[in-house]
Design a protein around this ligand. Structure first.
Ligand SMILES: CC(C)(COP(=O)(O)OP(=O)(O)OC[C@H]1O[C@@H](n2cnc3c(N)ncnc32)[C@H](O)[C@@H]1OP(=O)(O)O)[C@@H](O)C(=O)NCCC(=O)NCCS
Length: 352
């Protein structure tokens, strides 16, 4: 049994935030952001109304419709996000509830693999379908970054990059061996875990004096007070941190490695690709990979200019948008690849 993507859908919030709009919060310029990242604008969800789950629901409804199934057919949910509604439970069960799939027979799995989250989630779905376990898996990537970024000048290196949105696919079995998900590859290396991370609030400790510099606080005597402290708020420690240049250097190496791994496994070459859809990390990263792999503009899909980096949502948004524009057609060879925090990276090669 092979597996295929039978339906796609995406949702982005209505509110457009341009680079110039960000100037009211921080010292930045449209030129700096466009030159370094390619981003012109991003979408921000409506606070108190939208969340990662509500956006995922919109994307999921479209994917279900696009696959020609009904929500009752869904037998498993995989939800990738790093900006969940709650610390726990994860968004998988919240999406199940929003969709009204309240039958207790299905399962919901939450994936926390940051920018690689969708590729990891798709790979899990692929294996469940290929082993005959499930027949209609809803795989979603959704992010609401706008709630948790440092909009002061101090946080500008990170906050200008990220945006909100959601994408979803339906993974189904197919008996056609020449089509569908041909191969997936997942990798990780925790050496640089803290170089692109949001470590607070967390249960990591800060229990000893020597942790003060690293975590910005020392645990109070009373258990439980550790989770969020005033020191974390005062020191901007509740925001993501990114060592941008280290991320860039690792990303360009790992992206190429994992794309080539997928192509070599399928005994194919870069020139065989009809469409390469990279995680929309940064336009400069995509362009670097395109150049080093000798791909033409027609072979690569980028939409970071409009949406920024939407982490786990970026690939399913781009895939659904490319399909909607007729840029991914039946029989096309499509490669998805991602790299991000962890570091984690992965790829999927699909005959559409
Ligand atoms: C983030 C990134 C764009 C920053 O570009 P960079 O060339 O490395 O820039 P630096 O961080 O060295 O900062 C250069 C200068 O620009 C400033 N700067 C940072 N953000 C800025 C902003 N939004 N606007 C204006 N200036 C900014 C810095 O303060 C620094 O100023 P200084 O030289 O006076 O100290 C770049 O490192 C990058 O693309 N990294 C990959 C990140 C990525 O893709 N992440 C996605 C995760 S998968």
């Amino acid at each position: 049994m092979n597996s295929k993507i039978a339906g796609v859908g995406y949702y982005v919030p209505e509110k457009i935030v341009t680079n110039n709009d960000l100037k009211q919060y921080m010292d930045t310029t449209d030129e700096w952001i466009q030159e370094r990242t390619g981003i012109r604008e991003r979408r921000y969800a409506e606070k108190h109304k939208e969340t990662a789950t509500t956006m995922a629901t919109e994307a999921a409804i479209k994917a279900i419709d696009n696959a020609g199934i009904s929500k009752e057919d869904i037998d498993f949910i995989i939800f990738a996000t790093i900006s969940p509604d709650y610390y726990f439970p994860g968004c998988g069960v919240l999406l199940q509830r929003e969709l009204g799939i309240t039958k207790s027979t299905i399962g919901a799995l939450d994936v926390r693999n940051q920018c690689s989250g969708f590729v990891y989630a798709l790979s899990v779905a692929d294996k469940f379908v290929k082993t005959g376990t499930y027949k209609n898996i809803l795989v979603v990537g959704s992010e609401m970054h706008s709630m948790g970024l440092d909009y002061s000048t101090r946080g500008r290196g990170v906050s200008v990059i990220f945006g909100d949105g959601a994408g979803a696919v339906i993974v189904q079995p197919t008996e056609d061996e020449s089509k569908g998900i041909l191969t997936t590859h997942l990798h990780s290396d925790g050496t640089f875990a803290e170089e692109l991370a949001l470590i607070n609030p967390g249960c990591h400790g800060g229990y000893h004096d020597e942790d003060k510099e690293k975590y910005g606080f020392v645990s109070p005597e009373i258990p439980g007070e550790i989770f969020v402290t005033q020191a974390m708020i005062d020191n901007h420690l509740l925001y993501p941190y990114m060592n941008g240049q280290l991320v860039f250097k690792n990303a360009i190496v790992r992206f190429k490695e994992v794309i080539m791994e997928a192509l070599e496994t399928a005994q194919l070459k870069p020139e065989d690709l009809d469409m390469f859809i990279p995680h929309q990390a940064n336009l400069r990263i995509s362009q670097y990979i395109q150049k080093t792999m000798g791909l033409s503009d027609d072979q690569v899909y980028n939409n970071i200019q409009k949406y920024g980096n939407t982490t786990a949502a970026s690939i399913p948004i781009a895939l659904a948008e490319a399909c909607g524009e007729g840029k991914v057609k039946e029989g096309d060879l499509v490669c998805l690849a991602a790299f991000g925090s962890g570091f984690t990276w992965g790829s999927a090669l699909i005959r559409w």
